[in-house]
Design a binder for this molecule. Structure first.
Ligand code: NDP
Length: 333
C-alpha cells in the first residue's frame, strides 16, 4: 500500500515565520498563491514584470523579480512552464538560494530527467497537483481540495518532509490526500497518460467515429452519441464515484448485456495495445523522450504551427464545429 498523507499528517506551523516565494503566477501559481495565503502562509510572488505580475499585484501580493523573491524566501515554488524552467532556475533561482531553503516542484520532469540539478545545500520536494490550476482554487474554496503526488527528493535539513507536507496542506491538497512518489515515477506516470493512454483512447474514439460516418450516420449524430452529449463523460464521473464495475448498474439491462457479451470480442486487442504502450513507457523511463524533446526546443514554435495546421484541417475539426454550433455546446453556445 502506498503512503498516503491527509490533513492530520501535516502541520502548517512549520511554515510559521517562513516566506514562500512562488515563481510564476499562471495557472498553478495564482491558485496556489491564493490558497496558501488563505491558509495563513506568508507568500510573495516572483515574476518577470508584465501582465502576470500586474495580476498578482491586483490580487494584493507583494511582487518582485524572480531573483529578488528567491532571495527573500525560505521556500521557493517553481510554477513556470517546464520547458523554460531549467534556464530560469540556473540564471535566476539557484544563485539566490540559501542553505536550508526548500525548493518545491509541481512536476517531477526536470529533476527526473536531469535538466535541473539543485545545489546540495537545499531541500528539494515534489508537490504535484492532480488538478488543473483553476480547479486547485475552486476545490479549495469549495472545501474539498484535490489530490497530489508528493515526495522528498533531497533532504538537506532533516525537515524537508514536514515542510513539504505543510505546503501540500496550505494549498488544500492533504484534504483530499497526497500519495508519496519519486520525481521520476510522477513524471513517468504523467507522460504515460499523455503519450500512451490518451492517444490509444483517442484512436478508439476516432475509429468509432470514422466507422459510423462511413456507415452513413450523420456526423452530428455520431459525435453527439460518442462524446458531445456528455453522457460518456458522465459515466466516467460515476466510475470515479462508485467504481468502474459498479457504475454499470446505472445502465439499462440491454446495455449491460450487450457490453458484457460483445465486450469479450475486444479482449484480444489488449495485447497489441499493451505492446505499443510498453514501447512508449520504455522511452519515457529511459529518458530518451526527454532528450528528444530537449533537442526539439530550438524549432518547437514552428513545429507547433505545423501541428496546429494539421489538426485544424482534419475532417473531425469541421464535424465537431458544425455539431457544437447546431447543439449550442461549449464555446459555440
Ligand atoms: P503557466 O504556463 O500557467 O505559467 C505561467 C507563468 O510562467 C507566468 O507567471 C509567466 O510569467 C511565467 N513564465 C512564462 N514564461 C516565462 C519565462 N520565459 N521566464 C520566466 N517566467 C515565465 O504554467 P502552469 O501553471 O501550467 O505550470 C506550472 C507548473 O505546474 C509546471 O511545472 C507544470 O508541469 C505544473 N503543473 C501544471 C498543471 C496544470 O494544470 N497547468 C497541473 C499540475 C502541475 P509571464 O506572464 O511574466 O511570462
Amino acid at each position: 500500500m502506498a503512503q498516503i498523507y491527509h490533513d492530520d499528517d501535516a502541520d502548517l506551523g512549520v511554515l510559521e515565520d517562513q516566506t514562500v516565494a512562488l515563481v510564476g503566477y499562471g495557472n498553478q501559481g495564482r491558485s496556489q498563491a491564493l490558497n496558501l495565503r488563505d491558509s495563513g502562509v506568508n507568500v510573495i510572488v516572483g515574476n518577470i514584470r508584465d501582465q502576470a505580475a500586474q495580476r498578482a499585484k491586483e490580487d494584493g501580493f507583494s511582487v518582485a523579480s524572480i531573483a529578488e523573491a528567491c532571495e527573500q524566501a525560505d521556500v521557493v515554488m517553481m510554477l513556470i512552464p517546464d520547458e523554460i524552467m531549467p534556464e530560469t532556475f540556473k540564471s535566476h533561482v539557484a544563485p539566490s538560494l540559501a542553505p536550508g531553503n526548500l525548493v518545491v516542484f509541481a512536476s517531477g520532469y526536470n529533476i527526473a530527467f536531469n535538466l535541473i540539478t539543485p545545489p546540495s545545500h537545499v531541500d528539494v520536494a515534489l508537490v504535484a497537483p492532480r488538478m488543473i490550476g483553476i480547479g486547485v482554487r475552486e476545490t479549495f474554496v469549495a472545501g474539498n481540495g484535490f489530490p497530489s503526488f508528493v515526495g522528498v527528493h533531497h533532504d538537506a535539513t532533516g525537515n524537508a518532509r514536514a515542510r513539504m507536507l505543510a505546503i501540500a496542506k496550505g494549498i488544500g491538497s492533504t484534504r483530499a490526500g497526497c500519495i508519496d512518489m519519486s520525481m521520476h515515477d510522477e513524471a513517468s506516470l504523467d507522460l504515460f497518460t499523455e503519450q500512451a493512454f490518451g492517444p490509444a483512447f483517442g484512436r478508439v474514439l476516432m475509429t468509432a467515429i470514422e466507422l459510423l460516418i462511413e456507415a452513413g450516420y450523420p456526423p452530428e449524430a455520431v459525435l453527439l452519441e460518442l462524446y458531445l452529449s456528455g453522457e460518456f463523460a458522465y459515466s466516467f464521473d460515476k466510475m470515479r464515484e462508485v467504481g468502474m464495475m459498479k457504475q454499470m448498474d446505472f445502465h439499462s439491462r440491454t446495455s449491460q448485456y450487450g457490453t458484457v457479451t460483445r465486450g469479450a470480442r475486444f479482449m484480444a486487442l489488449g495485447e497489441p495495445i499493451k505492446e505499443k504502450m510498453s514501447e512508449v513507457l520504455e522511452e519515457i523511463r529511459s529518458g530518451s523522450f526527454a532528450d528528444e524533446w530537449s533537442n526539439q526546443q530550438p524549432t518547437a514554435t514552428a513545429l507547433f504551427d505545423q501541428i496546429r495546421k494539421f489538426r485544424d484541417n482534419m475532417p473531425i475539426a469541421k464535424w465537431d464545429e458544425t455539431a457544437r454550433t447546431a447543439f449550442k455546446i461549449g464555446d459555440a453556445a
